[in-house]
Design a protein around this ligand. Structure first.
Ligand code: SF4
Ligand code: SF4
Ligand code: SF4
Length: 395
């Protein structure tokens, strides 16, 4: 599957005779943040998983291996790709640079395919490290998208997590405010089950203040995230208490109401809240982990965002977006992913290597891009001029 146009080897002409210096500038790789990543509430590496799909053959992967790679990339940030692939309002597409050419990449439908693929294949998230004895115990009150996402990230950070939920079943707004025709039962159970199988304990039908007191929770856990009532809370608040532990989260103004039957329609307001809630859970988990590990919160700062005027749109082969509402077929997924322009990150297209008349670019193994031999460079700047995705700059 070609990510870019077939390029013919150009006739290479030295840009100056006798090795003369053309300019004092020298090329440097400068990674940028793609707008899709910047716009995703969870900061998912959209570009990374799209390019992994598009270039799976170059990586020596089957399509199934590429789908799994894409799923694991998404799961670094978001444990709910199949849910988000159905309900997220996909700001990633709204800001996609490909819009300036022939239509945004259909990220949301691709994400749905990847999430559904993982459920159908029974793929399971893994802990980055085996659990260690004496790990910190953390309670998450509320098994909605924020609480479950926080539980997932805290488990991955090595905590022993217990989720306490007042309702009979987990899922919060995803279960009780959105109909099953929008989020099918197997999707909801599949993605929640994937979080629980990491060792996250779940107590349903347990009301804090009735079945267990806050004081008891404070005795039993080093940190508590009150993640219920997100529907009502506008602000996420983190309060670090005394040395007894961290008390984190949103204390609801009133107990959440549990509807006695499935809603018939989705409220747009609720659909809009799922992705941001998942992202909030991720952010709170990081703050709790930082507190427990006595380190600074890892900065969310990313390099500058690259806009479409810095991408060489004409360089990429034209390809209309695969449109529609139905689930995508495998061939459509690979075709659509190949429309991603890898904005701001090298995609191993070889253009700089071909255009450099001084042979400064030395190919490295796939994924490591190129080494630039600056001692051979005469500062002609052809590499930076020709790099389609805006990854090379002259310094
Ligand atoms: S669809 Fe939503 S959750 Fe998925 S990548 Fe786009 S913005 Fe992020
Ligand atoms: S073309 Fe690809 S990398 Fe660029 S903004 Fe769109 S999805 Fe992201
Ligand atoms: S021209 Fe191609 S290979 Fe060279 S840095 Fe840019 S994207 Fe990477």
């Amino acid at each position: 599957m070609a990510l870019f146009k077939e390029v013919k080897k150009p006739v290479l002409r030295p840009t100056a005779s006798g090795g003369a210096e053309v300019s004092a500038g020298r090329p440097a790789y400068v990674a940028k943040t793609a707008p899709c990543i910047h716009s995703c509430p969870s900061g998912t590496d959209v570009r990374g998983w799209l390019v992994a799909l598009a270039q799976h053959e170059a990586w020596g992967r089957t399509s199934a291996q590429a789908f799994e790679t894409a799923w694991r990339t998404i799961l670094e940030h978001n444990p709910f790709p199949a849910v988000c692939g159905r309900v997220c309002q996909h700001p990633c597409e709204l800001n996609c640079n490909r819009k300036a050419k022939d239509g945004a990449v259909a990220v949301n439908r691709l994400e749905r395919f990847i999430g559904d693929f993982a459920i159908a294949q029974g793929l399971r998230a893994r802990l980055p490290h085996p659990p260690e004895p004496g790990v910190a115990k953390v309670a998450v009150v509320g098994a909605g998208p924020a609480g479950l996402a926080a539980a997932y990230h805290l488990a991955r950070a090595g905590c022993a997590v217990t989720v306490i939920e007042a309702a009979p079943l987990p899922g919060g707004m995803m279960r009780y405010r959105i109909p099953r025709r929008v989020i099918p039962a197997e999707v909801l159970e599949g993605e929640i089950g994937n979080i629980l199988q990491l060792g996250v304990a779940l107590h349903t039908g347990c009301v804090v203040g009735r079945d267990v007191s806050v004081e008891q929770l404070q005795k039993d856990y080093r940190a508590i995230f009150f993640a219920m009532g997100l529907q009502k809370a506008a602000q996420l608040e983190l309060r670090i208490s005394d040395d007894a532990g961290a008390l984190a989260g949103m204390l609801p103004s009133e107990p959440p109401q549990i509807p006695d039957r499935e809603p018939e329609e989705s409220e747009p307001r609720v659909l809009n809240m799922v992705s941001p809630a998942i992202a909030q859970g991720q952010a709170v988990a990081e703050r709790i982990a930082a507190f427990l590990e006595q380190r600074a919160v890892r900065p969310a700062g990313r390099p500058a965002v690259i806009r479409s005027d810095r991408v060489k749109l004409d360089w990429y082969a034209g390809a209309l977006r695969v449109d529609g509402d139905a689930p995508m077929a495998e061939a459509e997924v690979l075709k659509e992913a190949a429309r991603c322009m890898s904005c701001g990150m090298c995609m191993d297209c070889e253009t700089c290597w071909m255009y450099c008349s001084k042979n400064c670019f030395v190919k490295l193994p796939k994924g490591e891009h190129y080494k630039i031999k600056l001692d051979l460079c005469n500062g002609c700047g052809k590499c930076a001029e020709s790099c389609p995705c805006g990854y090379i700059e002259m310094n």
